[in-house]
Design a protein around this ligand. Structure first.
Ligand code: APR
Ligand code: MG
Length: 195
């Protein structure tokens, strides 16, 4: 979806009936472990391989029967990630940004929720039993938050994948604003400051 543009939530909600709304969520949890015994993992951050071969966040279209954006989001999260999602709810307070794409007319709302590592591991463990597993969702992945000594391995290589819609920008903004990366990694990636 080229040409995605950021809009305020109030502007997005005022768009006419010709627009479809979608909601997606980044789930993350602190992870104290070290790769190879020396590289801090920092956080477990979840993304998914989608049916179209692109990386994105779990979530999807809000339907007419959903009473609000977050009801639609939590319904989609249960369909895509399974019953471990019933242990918590992604709320309006977890909202981060909205992007619009003109063709088709979709406005995508983005949320990020911090879990305990046990909650996140339960999501990963139960996801293969979810309704959409093997259909719309081909698998969950964790995002590497470090840069290896070769300078390209880790997050830089991960970012060279193909991403749906605004997912790459949503990921980088969340990693920066939620302080999920160390300052050295932010500087090396040249992520622009928040507005
Ligand atoms: N940023 C911006 N837009 C996104 C993002 C993102 N991170 N992720 C997905 N989109 C767009 C998709 O391109 C799609 O237009 O949001 C819309 C809905 O998101 P999906 O998660 O793909 O939708 P979902 O309801 O889970 O299921 C896919 O789409 O084409 C239909 O029939 C198909 O039922 C299927 C559905
Ligand atoms: Mg989806």
């Amino acid at each position: 979806m080229e040409g995605d543009q950021k809009v305020e939530l109030s502007e997005a909600l005022a768009l006419g009936p010709g627009w479809r709304h979608a909601c997606h969520a980044l789930l993350y949890a602190p992870d104290p472990r070290k790769l190879f015994g020396r590289i801090p993992m920092r956080f477990a951050v979840l993304m998914q391989m989608r049916f179209d071969g692109r990386l994105g966040f779990p979530g999807g279209f809000v339907d007419a029967q959903d009473s609000c954006l977050e009801d639609g989001l939590n319904r989609e999260l249960r369909e895509e990630l399974g019953d471990a999602m019933s242990a918590f709810r992604v709320e309006r307070s977890d909202y981060r940004s909205s992007h619009i794409a003109a063709r088709p007319r979709v406005v995508a709302h983005f949320y990020a929720k911090r879990l305990t590592l046990e909650q996140l591991q339960a999501v990963e463990a139960r996801a293969p039993q979810a309704k959409d597993h093997g259909l719309e969702v081909l698998g969950l992945v964790r995002v590497p938050l470090y840069i290896l000594r070769d300078g390209g391995g880790g997050l830089p290589a991960f970012l060279e994948n193909s991403f749906i819609g605004a997912a790459r920008e949503q990921l980088l903004e969340a990693l920066r604003d939620l302080e999920l990366l160390d300052p050295g990694t932010i500087a090396k990636l040249k992520i622009p400051d928040s507005k």
